[in-house]
Design a protein around this ligand. Structure first.
Ligand code: NAD
Length: 336
């Protein structure tokens, strides 16, 4: 069978990781990535062997800077079976007419509204619903992390209600423009935050409310999860359920902070020190007054990458079983 031709529009934090993950799959290949600026990422994309495309008005400037440009973003779109749009939130929406003209399938990221695709995806929660779809949106890093824990909890014990506080990193490590650098910022001040409704875009029946603050850190987000469950269970039941999920990693053994999670990912020789799994502190799993509590850390730069790979497989109908796709993706990326 021919490999699925994937193009990545927007080769930044998320896009470059998705391009590398696609390249690891036996059933798909990268036919192009797009860059708007002739920076180190553009040169490194060429070094990796990716064909680089640019907006037509920028091709001249890119070529003058020494980037070998293969054509316009429209040219790239025309070569692909499916586009993974990883442009900044809000920009992806503007690309929709171009994708419609090319009659190509599209995956957007969590910075776009649910309504743009009309379908929001998380591999463990709704893989089967994505099969054959033309448009999808892989939910944001925080929503992906929440779906990965709430879906199995709901399936096994029933989630009566979930209340989550999100401690959000202020910026990604490579971002020199965003703050705060010395403050804790309620964000948004008006409660609740958008993250609860975003979880409901995947699992509409879940009663979830979220609040969020931004912190002066770049490494990871941390979630303080509190849930009431329908069925009675104990801490061991929760640990055995969540510990059995392939994209949830229990941490302990002296890992007491996001800094140590990142050190661990470096020790694991993960590319770019990525941590594709939710990192859940096993010792934090507690049942108190019949309510469940735990902490988990979310690596915002990489957690959505395996879910994008599964979304491609579902939409292109090359794997009808979500468990099989998750296993293929995990094996190729080294998620064990
Ligand atoms: P980014 O700024 O790191 O990368 C975006 C890339 O798109 C940049 O290389 C930029 O030059 C390029 N770009 C800008 N305008 C373009 C255009 N018109 N055409 C083609 N390329 C263009 O952004 P990111 O963090 O990778 O975010 C991408 C998407 O992923 C957003 O929807 C975001 O909300 C979502 N997301 C981000 C994170 C995160 O923490 N970084 C996590 C999950 C989801």
């Amino acid at each position: 069978m021919d490999k699925i031709k994937v193009a990545v529009n927007g080769y930044g934090t998320i896009g470059k990781r998705i391009a590398d993950a696609v390249s690891l799959q036996k059933d798909m290949e990268i036919v192009g990535v797009s860059k708007t600026k002739p920076n180190f990422e553009a040169f490194m994309a060429l070094e990796k062997g990716y064909s680089v495309y640019s907006p037509s008005e920028k091709i001249k400037k890119m070529k003058e800077a020494g980037i070998e440009v293969s054509g316009s973003i429209e040219d790239m779109t025309g070569k692909a079976d499916i586009i993974v749009d990883c442009t900044p939130g809000g920009v992806g929406e503007k690309n929709k007419p171009m994708y419609e003209d090319a009659n190509v399938k599209v995956i957007w990221q969590g910075g776009e509204d649910h309504e743009l695709a009309g379908f929001s995806f998380n591999a463990i929660a709704n893989y089967e619903e994505a099969i054959g779809k033309d448009l999808a949106r892989v939910v944001s890093c925080n929503t992906t992390g929440l779906c990965r824990v709430l879906y199995p909890l709901d399936k096994e014990f029933g989630v009566k209600k979930a209340r989550v506080s999100l401690l959000r990193r202020a910026a990604d490590p490579g971002d020199i423009k965003t703050g705060p650098i010395n403050a804790i910022v309620p964000n948004p001040v008006k409660l609740p935050s958008h993250h609860g409704p975003d979880v409901k875009s995947v699992m509409p029946h879940i009663d979830i409310t979220t609040t969020a603050v931004k912190l002066p850190t770049t490494l990871m987000h941390v979630h303080i999860v509190n849930a009431e469950l329908d069925k009675e269970c104990n801490e061991d039941d929760i640990k055995s359920l969540l510990g059995g999920q392939s994209r949830i990693k229990f941490v302990g053994q002296g890992v007491s902070s996001t800094a140590e999670v990142m050190e661990m990912s470096r020790d694991m020789l993960r590319p770019r020190s990525d941590m594709w799994e939710n990192c859940l502190w096993e010792d934090s799993v507690s049942i108190y007054n019949n309510e469940l509590y735990f902490f988990q850390a979310i690596h915002q730069e990489s957690i959505v990458v395996p879910d994008n790979i599964d979304a491609i497989r579902a939409m292109m109908e090359i794997e009808g079983d979500g468990t099989q796709s998750i296993e293929k993706t995990n094996r190729s990326m080294g998620i064990v």
